[in-house]
Structures are given as C-alpha cells and as structure tokens.
Design a protein around this ligand. Structure first.
Ligand code: PLP
Length: 439
C-alpha cells in the first residue's frame, strides 16, 4: 500500500529511477525516449551537467533567502537576462514557483494596475474557450477546459470566454486567414462592449495553445488584431507562455513570431527545464511604473518567490540555450518532426491534423479524416496512445480537451532542444505503431 496520494490512485505507475539526456529509465531498467519532457518541461533533457553544477554551487553557498529581507545575485542576473531578451518594454520579472502561481500573479497585477490608475470598475477577465491556464482557483476560473472546471464551478469567480483561434476546426470553408482572424477580433470587441468597455481588466490567451488541444498556433495576424482591440478599449493583454515560451517554438518568447508585445507575459515550464520549480511574470514598464509610482507595493507574494536555487538552475538553463545556440536546432528539428509525422500519417484515416511551431507539435486524432468527426470520447484514445507508446519505450503527452462541448483527442510531442535528427526519426518510428494499436 502506498501512502503517496497519487494523482491517479487506481493506476500503478512505473518508478522513475534515472534520467540521462533524451531518456528516462524506470526501476525495471526499461528506457523511455522522453518526447514530451513531462508536459513540455524538460527542454534540455535529463541530467544536464551544467545545470546540476549550478544547483550544487548555489546550494553550497545559499539555498534560500526570503524576499522580504533580501535579493540574491542569481535572481538579479536571471531577471536581467530575461528582460534583455524579452520583446518591447517587458522589463520587470516577478519570480514564482510554477505556471499557475504566475498566472494568479498576472491576474492580480492586472487588477491592481487598474485600481492604481483610478479604473476600479475594470474587473472582468476575458479568455478563450480552448485554454488552460492552471489548476489554482483564479487560473481555473479563466480557463476554458470544461472537464477541469466542472466540479469547482461554485468556487470560481465568473469569467468570460470567446472563441479560440483554432483554424483546423473553426476556419470556414472559403474564409481567408485575414477574414477568419477579423471575425475572431470582432468577437472579442463585441464581448468587451457587452461587458462594458470600461469594465474589462484584461484578455488572457496562450500564444500557442498547449494542454487543451495540442500545439495550436495562431493564424496570420491574429494577435496583431487582438492587440489592437485591447488597445482601443484600454484592456490589458496577458499572454500565457507557460508551455510555449522559453524557446519551445524556436523563439525564446513565442509572441516574438507574432510581432506583438503583451502587457504581461507569463512563463514557467522551460524556464527551469524541470531542474527546479520556477515560473515568472514579466510586466511592461507601464504596469510596473503604475504600481511603483502608486501604492509602491505589489499586493501579492509567496514564501518561495525568487528562490535562489531555483533561479540558479533557470539561469544555467537559459545560458546553455543561448551559448549552445539551441534555438536554430529547435526550428530545424521541429520542421523535421512535422514533415516526418505528416508523411508517416499521410493516408491514416484517423490522423486529422499535424501542427505546431518549433518542437511544440500536436497530432489531432479523429474518427473520420474528411468529416473531422471526433473519436468516441468514452474510448479515451489519447490515454491509450500514451500507454501504447510507453509500452514501446516512448513518452508522449495525451490530451482530451473539451471545447464548446466537443471532445477531442490530441497527442503533444515536445522533445528536448538537444534532439538530433536520428532522435526525431526514432520518436516517429515508435509513435506510429502506438497510434495504430490504440485505435
Ligand atoms: N498555463 C499553461 C498554458 C499551461 O500549460 C499550464 C500547465 O500545463 C499552466 C498554465 C499551469 O502551470 P503549472 O502546472 O506549472 O501550475
């Protein structure tokens, strides 16, 4: 009998014993290619000597100091590093211990900004139906995943949702990219006007959708139009790059590719690459100055914010990505992965879409490729793919999102940035029979 309250108490999990590069090894000595890094976390693979050494050095010197009393050299250097590479005037980095915490902080900062600037009526948050922003109550309140929210609805503050940018399912036949993105921007504008133009605090979106639908990138100028609508009504734009940020798309910040700068950017997973739990919220000069020049104090905080050892790990991860110039490899291997998957599944009746950016790749499974009819949700095909892949020594991340009442089966593939061309081929070689066995 285990005394661990496992997330899936009825399942017996293998015991992870070791991690080396691309692979995890269990207590039976079985090797798994880690093609998803947990949930797009382990971007440098496992056991990276430089990161381990940085953690060891930091712990020997100072493991932790509370941020009410001190700052640390590593927190300062990491913040300098992140703000120097972030787009626009995203210059102020607030550290947290993970993605949900960072989203909570972003929601509170947006609200506090409006209070500080005399706009107390701004209290509504608008997000998208196809979204996941975390499991804490504030993050869950704005998220769009019906299954995750359902039991907790009485605890969630009301939030408001508009359509996601999900071209595979929602772009109409004959509708150009420009027409489609205009339709989505118009819907956001209509929602802001419905709620009251001076009552909306912020619009929150994942730059590339992760956990609800497997790496769905925005179409064309979607975010430019969204940015313009937000600006027109004084609504802040919060981009959630917990999964898609920190190089996962081949750009350090995914929104660089979209040519826009949010007011607040949220990052986590790849920031510490799984070596330590860390997330961050990066705010623009305007937001930061309003708080510092107003009350002078951000009304928020946790015990472990700015944790020195977590910052040391993240700093080593970020230096490695930069100095080893891994982002061009993310772009090249991502192209290879999508091309290889498209060719392997070219005539597969149940593979509806292969998509993504960089090494952030999604496969959508359907009952019928032509009609795009989803698979029977009772069969939980995404979970079966996970099990069949594990049996073949491969880790991919399964997702069964519900969007507008539609259940979808998706597989997320997010291998480490150090993947070689041969690694990508091995991933596809194991995934193809796993998908066939699961259907
Ligand atoms: N936002 C996005 C886009 C995510 O994918 C996740 C986690 O999967 C979160 C927020 C929550 O992050 P965490 O699980 O670190 O709390």
């Amino acid at each position: 009998m285990t005394h661990v309250f496992h997330r899936y108490p009825k399942q017996t999990m293998p015991v992870a014993k070791a991690g080396i590069g691309m692979e995890l090894i269990d207590s039976n000595g079985k090797h798994y290619i880690d093609a998803c890094g947990g949930a797009a976390v382990s971007c440098l693979g496992h056991g990276h000597p430089r990161v381990i050494e940085a953690i060891r050095t930091q712990i020997n010197q100072l493991a932790y100091a509370h941020t009410s009393f001190f700052t640390t050299d590593v927190a300062e250097e990491l913040a300098d590093n992140l703000s120097a590479s972030a787009p626009g005037d995203l210059n102020h980095v607030y550290f947290l211990s993970g993605g949900s915490e960072a989203i909570e902080a972003a929601l509170k900062l947006a609200r506090q900004y409006h209070v500080e600037t005399g706009q107390k009526s701004r209290r509504h948050f608008i997000a998208r139906r196809q979204s996941y922003h975390g499991n804490t109550l504030g993050a869950l309140a704005i998220g769009g995943n019906a299954w995750r929210r359902e039991a907790f609805l009485p605890l969630l503050v009301p939030s408001h949702h508009v359509a996601p940018c999900y071209a595979y399912r929602d772009q109409l036949r004959g509708e150009s990219d420009a027409q489609y993105t205009q339709r989505l921007a118009d819907e956001l504008e209509a929602k802001i006007l419905e709620l009251g133009a001076d009552e909306v605090a912020a619009f929150v979106a994942e730059t590339v959708v992760g956990a609800t639908a497997g790496a769905v990138p925005p179409v064309g100028d979607y975010f430019k139009k969204i940015r313009a609508v937000c600006d027109k009504y004084g609504v802040l734009l919060i981009l959630d790059e917990v999964m898609s940020g920190m190089g996962r798309t081949g750009y350090l910040y995914a929104c660089e590719e979209d040519g826009i700068v949010p007011d607040i950017l949220v990052i986590a997973k790849g920031l510490g690459a799984g070596y330590q739990p860390i997330g961050a919220m990066i705010s623009s000069d305007r937001i930061y100055n309003a708080v510092v020049g107003g009350s002078g104090f951000f009304q928020h905080g946790h015990t472990y914010i700015g944790h020195a050892t977590a910052c040391a790990a993240a700093l080593a991860v970020q230096k490695t990505i930069k100095e080893e110039q891994l982002l061009p490899n993310v772009l090249a291997r991502g192209e290879q992965l999508r091309a290889t998957l498209r060719s392997a599944f070219a005539n597969h009746p149940h593979v509806g879409d292969v998509r993504g950016r960089g090494l952030f790749v999604g496969v959508e499974l359907v009952a019928d490729r032509d009609s795009k009819q989803p698979l029977d949700p009772v069969k939980r095909t995404h979970s079966r793919v996970k099990s069949e892949a594990m049996a073949r020594g491969l880790l991919v991340y399964p997702m069964g999102g519900t969007v507008d009442g539609r259940q979808g089966d998706h597989i997320l593939i997010a291998p480490p940035f150090i993947s070689t061309a041969a690694d990508i081929d091995r991933i596809v070689e194991r995934l193809v029979p796993a998908v066939d066995a699961a259907l």
